[in-house]
Design a protein around this ligand. Structure first.
Ligand SMILES: Cc1ncc(COP(=O)(O)O)c(C=O)c1O
Length: 477
């Protein structure tokens, strides 16, 4: 057991220090690059709009939307509130690109917030979904496609022996929360400052202040009772977790194995294995929320990449191939608590519907082809290196990194190990960067606290064009 634990720690360390995980702190480490400093790079730009950037139709649609829907959107971050200005309104997506209603084309690094890992609207996924649709859109009854997707998930994800499908990541996390409490008979859970697990009441204790550790809700409308059992630890800080575990009665420690909801923050060597050991020691379950990292960090998810197996895993995004899906799964003895096999109730009218199952199956089939993750790693590490050197060349403090098709950087000296560190970023500068990149045809997540995503459809030429735009923008901030 000790030897296994040690080799896992070593494996995690090697993974983090090797080429697979790229972590840089460009503000200082790239000083030599800055001295050589070539700034003018317009010659290589392929996405610069020849005519003035025009978003008149987007503006009109969004103005109307604000009167119809709260904030004009169906999900808050889309509203660009943290970067300023109005969002663009999408018309269509294909491959690595999106187009807005004014006809502007963007290289898209949001990918519908993660699901578009094989590229938007992949022909094979569309054809499979169309053929499935001819048989109906929803059965509300068992369908063979559920078995097919379940088998794919179980084969790939080390911790999953049985799976329950839901319609979103939030729903998966809600089910998981009830399950870990039902299985252990304990009520407390430990989450981490800056980790997001959907918008269910019990998880809306988040970042940034002392009251978070007291379990006070972050959103009005969340009853204090709903968060009374939610304790908050600091990411990459095992001591903060043990302190909370010592209070007793903890059902589970829940985390994003690679954080994407405070910006991109990888686990430090030994952190995940340390959590595995601590949860074993204090008789709590370990839950990896892999809604974002699942099938993105590796085909076996972050748990396969880092060699640490949790008891329960939540999934979403990629396994629905762009249709609404979530899932939670884990050890058979735990999952058999879920109704109707066991007494823990959780249900869904549209859960496991054939369209979403088929989109997920086809997406995973494409991901399984040789070279997929090598491609993601190659384009993503080139992209983040290019952005970081562009920032350093222009004299900015920047730090960041990537694993497989997930990346991010902060306008901060770094290193960033936690949400507290991420908050040292220059948010106003990020807002200017975001808008200027948008105007150059690059669509990035509209928040410093979000990760970016690449896909199998992103080409080296897309990356070169993005880096050229980044050089231009960084030198103008
Ligand atoms: C780690 C994580 N968990 C849960 C969720 C919630 O998923 P959904 O937006 O599908 O409800 C998200 C959404 O981004 C997420 O990143």
């Amino acid at each position: 057991m000790q030897a296994t634990a040690l080799s896992c720690v070593l494996a995690a360390f090697l993974a983090l220090s090797g080429s697979e995980t790229e972590a840089f702190s460009a503000g200082s480490a790239f000083a030599g690059v800055r001295a050589r400093g070539a700034r003018a790079t317009n010659g290589r730009m392929s996405m610069v709009a020849a005519t003035k950037y025009n978003t008149a139709k987007s503006e009109a649609i969004f103005t109307e939307a604000k009167d119809l829907m709260p904030g004009g959107v169906s999900s808050p971050v889309r509203a660009f509130k943290s970067v300023g200005g109005n969002p663009i309104v999408f018309d269509k997506v294909k491959g690595a690109y999106s187009w807005d209603v004014d006809g502007n084309k963007y290289i898209d690094y949001v990918g519908s917030w993660g699901p578009a890992i094989v590229g938007h609207a992949h022909d094979e996924v569309l054809d499979a979904v169309k053929a499935t649709m001819d048989k109906g859109t929803s059965f509300g009854a068992p369908c063979a496609l559920e078995n097919e997707l379940a088998k794919k998930v179980i084969e790939a994800v080390p911790s999953v022996e049985m799976v329950r499908f839901t319609n979103s990541g939030t729903e998966a996390c809600m089910g998981m929360l009830r399950l870990v409490r039902a299985f252990t008979g304990k009520e407390k859970i430990i989450k981490f400052n800056g980790c997001y697990h959907g918008h269910a009441d019990g998880f809306l204790v988040q970042a940034g202040s002392g009251i978070a550790t007291l379990g006070l809700p972050d959103s009005p409308g969340v009853p204090q009772g709903a968060t009374a059992g939610t304790l908050v630890a600091k990411y990459n800080d095992l001591a903060s977790v043990e302190e909370l575990l010592k209070t007793g009665g903890v059902a589970a420690v829940v985390l994003e194995p690679v954080v994407g909801n405070s910006g991109f923050i990888p686990p430090q060597p030994g952190f995940l294995q340390g959590l595995r050991d601590l949860t074993n020691q204090y008789d709590a379950l370990l839950v990896f929320d892999e809604v974002m990292t699942g099938f993105r960090i590796a085909y076996g998810c972050a748990q396969a990449h880092f060699g640490v197996t949790p008891d329960v895993t939540t999934l979403g995004k990629v396994i629905g191939g762009g249709l609404p899906v979530g899932a939670y799964g884990g050890r058979r003895d735990i999952m058999e608590m879920v109704a109707p096999a066991g007494p823990m109730y959780q249900a869904g009218t549209l859960s496991g519907n054939p369209l979403a199952m088929m989109a997920g199956i086809k997406t995973m089939e494409i991901l399984q082809r040789p070279g997929s993750y090598e491609h993601l790693d190659k384009v993503t590490s080139k992209l983040i290196k290019g952005i970081l050197s562009a920032g350093a060349d222009a004299g900015h403090d920047v730090c960041g990194g990537s694993i497989s098709g997930m990346f991010g950087f902060f306008f901060a000296k770094g290193p960033v190990y936690s949400f507290e560190d991420a908050q040292t970023s220059d948010l106003a500068k990020f807002g200017r960067w975001h808008r200027a990149m948008l105007e150059k045809g690059v669509y990035l997540a509209p928040s410093q606290y979000e990760a970016g995503f690449t896909s199998l459809a992103h080409t080296e030429a897309d990356i070169d064009a993005t880096i050229a735009a980044a050089k231009d923008v960084m030198s103008s901030l």
